[in-house]
Design a protein around this ligand. Structure first.
Ligand SMILES: [Zn+2]
Length: 400
């Protein structure tokens, strides 16, 4: 029996960008609020801030991401925005963004503004944590396939700015301006019939600039398969990738160690080791001595979101906020020398840190009635900014 077409024709169940820009991606209570306020003739000038009171898991800091998209969303509105630079490492309770304007003008955008920064910041933070744990080893985003494809470029862009060295999806590579990275799927090996014939065909067909990396867990034990591909490829083989199924994994470290031994014994010391398949933060420190690169999937693409909330904290120039929120507009000051952070009332002057360093105002004016007050950095520049900061922040690894 044939299935019926869905009532409005088959389609992707996602918003059109125009729906987001027109305010249709809003919780209906905001729509109703605007109707009521209009009817009542109430439309105060308010300031609203975006803060996260808590961070997921063991996170003590997070990376603020999603600003470029948030600015794109509200640049057509008569509002002023102050924000941290995209990629800023921040602590709970620090406002990352502040919007000032007549409430009716931006009320319906709260849902979309939060959605843009909550998920982007979660992905960027998770990537930053993996990269910090992996150090100079490559971390590649492999998890687009676990998420709705319409989100793949957004997810991988934020994985990249957070610190990933590369992304897997073609469209994501176009957006960030880097060549996408990848090795070979098991499907190629199954179609070709053996790992050796697959890597030989890979070498024959693909352009020389692409590194020759053989996936070696498809048919045989890793130890014998690495030797098979090393012998047939010699110095042309850049790396092998271990995606060993969890049912066969036993002690993954020992498998890698044994393969390294066998390769080294035969003079293949330069062949690098990539690993993938359900790698968690906790696995990284123990695998680092044997690994040159990680393919990280679901842990990054399905990163926990940063739970920012948007709250009004000033109405018509007067501090005014709900229970549980600090009223009034604020500055966030960060010591350039010791990273100490201070949240102070907006009118308070700059202070010198007790360490002797100078506090920098990290919540800066970025948008004024459609006019950009900052240059939008490239994705590569944001990534470098994140990596510079993250170096100085401690990490306690998560199980995820
Ligand atoms: Zn200091």
């Amino acid at each position: 029996m044939r299935g019926k077409l869905c009532y409005n024709g088959c389609m992707f169940h996602t918003a059109d960008p125009q729906d987001i820009l027109s305010g249709k991606i809003t919780d209906v209570y905001f729509d109703r609020t605007v109707r009521i306020l209009k009817e009542q003739g109430i439309n105060p000038v308010v300031k609203a801030e975006f803060i996260a009171k808590n961070l997921p898991g063991e996170w003590q800091w997070a990376v603020f991401a999603g600003l470029e998209e948030a600015m794109y969303l509200i640049k057509h509105l008569p509002v002023k925005v102050r924000a941290m630079k995209e990629g800023t490492v921040f602590y709970p309770f620090e406002p990352v963004m502040e919007v000032e304007g007549r409430y009716q003008d931006f009320c319906v955008y709260e849902t979309a503004m939060l959605g843009l920064i909550c998920q982007a910041s979660g992905v960027a933070t998770k990537a930053a944590r993996f990269k910090k744990l992996a150090g100079e080893r490559a971390v590649i985003s492999f998890g687009a396939r676990r998420m709705h494809p319409i989100l793949a470029p957004m997810i991988e862009r934020n994985a990249y700015i957070g610190g990933c060295d590369g992304v897997a999806v073609v469209k994501s590579g176009e957006i960030i301006g880097e060549d996408p990275m990848g090795t070979m799927p098991h499907a190629l090996i199954l179609c070709m019939g053996s790992t050796v014939s697959a890597i030989k065909a890979y070498d024959e067909v693909l352009e020389p600039k692409l590194k020759r990396v053989a996936l070696i867990d498809t048919f045989l034990d890793e130890k014998f398969e690495v030797l098979n591909v090393a012998e047939v490829m010699g110095e042309r083989l850049y790396a092998v990738r271990f995606d060993t199924p969890s049912s066969r994994r036993g002690d993954f470290y020992r498998i890698l160690e044994e393969c390294r031994w066998e390769l080294n014994l035969r003079g293949y010391k330069d062949i690098k080791f990539y690993v993938s398949g359900g790698i968690k933060e906790d696995d990284i420190p123990s695998l680092n001595p044997l690994v040159d690169g990680y393919g990280i999937g679901t842990s990054i693409s399905n990163a926990p979101v940063v739970d920012y909330a948007m709250d009004i904290m000033e109405i018509e120039g007067k501090p005014f906020a709900k229970r549980g929120k600090w009223s009034g507009s604020k500055r966030v000051l960060r010591c350039g020398a010791c990273e100490k952070s201070h949240i102070v009332p907006y009118n308070e002057a700059h202070q010198q840190c007790e360490c002797g360093g100078v506090f920098e105002d990290i919540l800066i004016a970025v948008l004024d009635n459609g006019k950009y007050l900052i240059d939008i950095p490239t994705h590569k520049e944001i990534r470098a900014f994140v990596l510079r900061q993250v170096e100085r922040y401690p990490i306690h690894s998560d199980r995820a």
